[in-house]
Design a protein around this ligand. Sequence first.
Ligand code: ADP
Ligand code: MG
Length: 245
Amino acid sequence: MIALQGISKRFGELQVLNDVDVDIAEGSVTALIGPSGSGKSTLLRCVNLLETPDAGTLTLGSETLTFTGTAPPISAVLRIRRQTGMVFQNFQLFPHRTVMENVMEGLVTVLRWPQAKARERAMTLLEKVGMAHKAAEWPATLSGGQQQRVAIARALAPSPRVLLCDEPTSALDPSLAAEVVQVLRLLAEEGMTMLMATHDLRLAAAISQQVVFLENGCIVESGAPRQIFFDPARAETQAFVTTLR
Ligand code: ADP
Ligand code: MG
């Protein structure tokens, strides 16, 4: 359902992604692992076109875009972006909006839903992530784990085809990370398609069907979690995975 083919991206002299191919089946979870600076965040940003790849092809559902070094048509960019939801390491909730308003925001301002319908959808999602009781609170009054659960509800609001998560548990203490993992696991069980950069081996092992190991912008190894974590083909993969344990 998502296919990246030959995706390359450079920032000035720095080749950040080099001919990256990834296939993600509908309803599956792919974990993206690799050292800091290997290009994980850039790859996620290329999927929702916050960054425009220099070369390659991106397919998302029925949309396919081929990159040629010029800006793609904005209409195609918006069609693709609207099929994605993004969850960030640092939550990035709107601080001057309540929890409820954070989840409603995109529905009302981008999709032009009426307030009542947006509120109903937001409440359903807040219930799903266990945050309905905080609907009227300000983000700053919540724990990091609670903020991230609200951020997940916000990302899900427009019913994206794929949820992109950039180190969703990295900023959290283990107990707070656990409540976020529980929500992501629930979504995975419900068949949400996800691409997730993470350093959390337990998260990757718990919910992904595919692990992709990125190094210096290249995919050096990919496979089932069991294989990558316990029986990798390459010594470099073994060495990196050991640092995460
Ligand atoms: P990761 O998420 O794996 O840590 P990133 O995708 O954030 O890696 O970054 C990969 C490399 O690209 C890093 O060297 C980073 O400094 C560089 N980089 C990322 N974004 C930009 C940008 N907007 N401009 C210039 N360099 C960038
Ligand atoms: Mg990153």
